[in-house]
Design a protein around this ligand. Structure first.
Ligand code: ADP
Ligand code: ASP
Ligand code: MG
Length: 411
């Protein structure tokens, strides 16, 4: 008998019929002789809708994050109960548990809490009594009993963390595509399913825009060595195994291509080229709790330089007001410029550690497609550029083809 954790995402539980489909699959897994914990997300669109409602009732200020968590946790609470009912209706025996009931303890950072500990006593007891455990994704509880949520896409983290805590034999992430592809198949229709991928590559892809997995969940899986499979809830095709790297994996130079839209570029022109300037700029940005991505500083002329960086468009107004307050301290010529409509394109692969020429090949492909590169950044296993957002799909397809990633059958 194996112990299995499955996770079904929002689209997979998006309608009553789809909930019954998941209930059937969960029940089949148990009837094959296994113990099953099934994590579910809110039905698709529900979390977005709750966020919209919160903004409507609080147009003058951001709602308190504590209240956002109380609100958002209801989405998953609905689906655990409905899926448990569907399983029971099909002749099975299921019981639903919220994050708190399942012993998922987090820190106090509302809306993006981190799991600090899992006490799976109730989960184990329910399993031993022959139940399927329906576990609410995306939520936990602080030591003080407050409801928290784990950041968008956080049901992936619930599944992986619970699989680690109960030492599950198998962790399966069911979604609406057959696995992890060489690029989002909605953007590049010739993308190929990747049979297996290392934690590091999955992490770089997820954090550079491939939202098929929440990046924090992959980080967790890597840290605790939780292997998992990403697969389709609507068919029985084999999916993608995400696991520790092996020697063979380095022979592929580029594993995948990611895109991230809704980026903005901030430039501060004519700042003095002296110690303390970057510290003042990024100190103000960090104090406003804004995450920056690429940072570029130009070579100085006449003692003055320009600094540019990218961030999510949603954070731009906050960044502008944070920077205005430090601008005066950056010299009389310092001027702030911003640009929206920017997107990021990244190529990822652990093979880059041992192969050169990846950046040159990527830039050549973009040049042949007539696409201008605005900013460039690199890491050990990634090369990323920003381009005009309107051109991002064309850019992704050109680079995907240049690295020979197109599915031969559909190309
Ligand atoms: P779920 O609701 O099941 O969590 P998500 O919408 O979070 O599903 O993730 C699945 C989606 O991720 C797919 O529909 C696909 O459009 C998108 N996606 C982005 N990048 C990739 C990729 N490299 N491989 C597969 N899917 C991807
Ligand atoms: N319902 C949450 C979201 O939409 C969590 C999840 O789906 O994983 O972000
Ligand atoms: Mg998801």
């Amino acid at each position: 008998m194996a112990l299995i954790v499955q996770k079904y995402g929002g689209t997979s539980v998006g309608t009553p019929e789809r909930i019954r489909n998941c209930a059937r699959r969960i029940l089949e897994s148990q009837r094959a002789g296994n113990q099953v914990v099934a994590v579910v997300s809110a039905m698709s669109g529900v979390t977005d809708n709750l966020i919209k409602l919160a903004r409507e009732v609080s147009p003058n200020q951001d709602p308190a994050e504590r209240e956002m968590d109380v609100l958002l946790a209801t989405g998953e609470q609905t689906t655990i109960a409905l899926t448990a009912m569907a399983i029971n209706d099909l002749g099975g025996k299921a019981v639903s548990l919220t994050g708190a009931q399942a012993g998922i303890s987090t820190d106090k950072v509302h809306t993006k809490a981190r799991i600090v500990n899992i006490t799976p006593k109730a989960v184990k007891q329910m399993l031993d009594e022959g139940n399927i455990v329906m576990l609410a994704g995306f939520q936990g509880q602080t030591a003080g009993g407050e409801i928290t949520t784990l950041g968008r896409g956080g049901s992936d983290l619930t599944a992986i963390a619970m699989a680690g805590a109960i030492q599950a034999d198998l962790c399966q992430i069911f979604t609406d595509v057959d696995g992890v592809y060489t690029c989002d198949p909605r953007v590049v229709p010739t993308a190929t399913k990747i049979p297996e991928i290392s934690y590091d590559e999955m992490l770089e892809m997820a954090s550079s825009g491939s939202k098929v997995m929440q990046s924090r969940s992959v980080e967790f899986a890597k840290k605790f060595g939780v292997r998992f499979e990403v697969r389709n809830s609507m068919n029985h095709n084999p999916g993608t195994i995400v696991k520790e790297e092996n020697k063979g994996m380095e022979s592929v130079v580029v594993r995948g291509v990611s895109i991230e839209r809704n980026q903005a570029k901030v430039t501060i022109d004519d700042v003095p080229d002296r110690p303390g300037v970057s510290a003042a700029i990024f100190g103000a940005i960090s104090k406003a709790n804004i995450m920056v991505d690429m940072i570029v500083q130009n070579v100085s002329t006449d003692g003055l330089t320009d600094i540019s960086f990218t961030l999510s468009t949603a954070d731009l107004p906050k960044a502008e007001s944070a920077l205005r307050s430090v601008l005066v301290s950056l010299g009389e010529k310092a001027a702030l410029r911003t640009q929206t409509g920017v997107a990021k394109l990244s190529v990822v692969g652990i093979g880059m550690r041992s192969h050169s020429g990846v950046a040159a090949r990527m830039f050549a492909a973009l040049s042949e497609a007539g696409i201008n590169i605005q900013m460039i950044s690199t890491s050990e296993i990634k090369v990323a550029v920003t381009v005009e957002e309107a051109l991002i799909e064309k850019a992704a397809r050109a680079v995907h083809t240049a690295f020979d990633l197109d599915d031969k059958a559909s190309a």
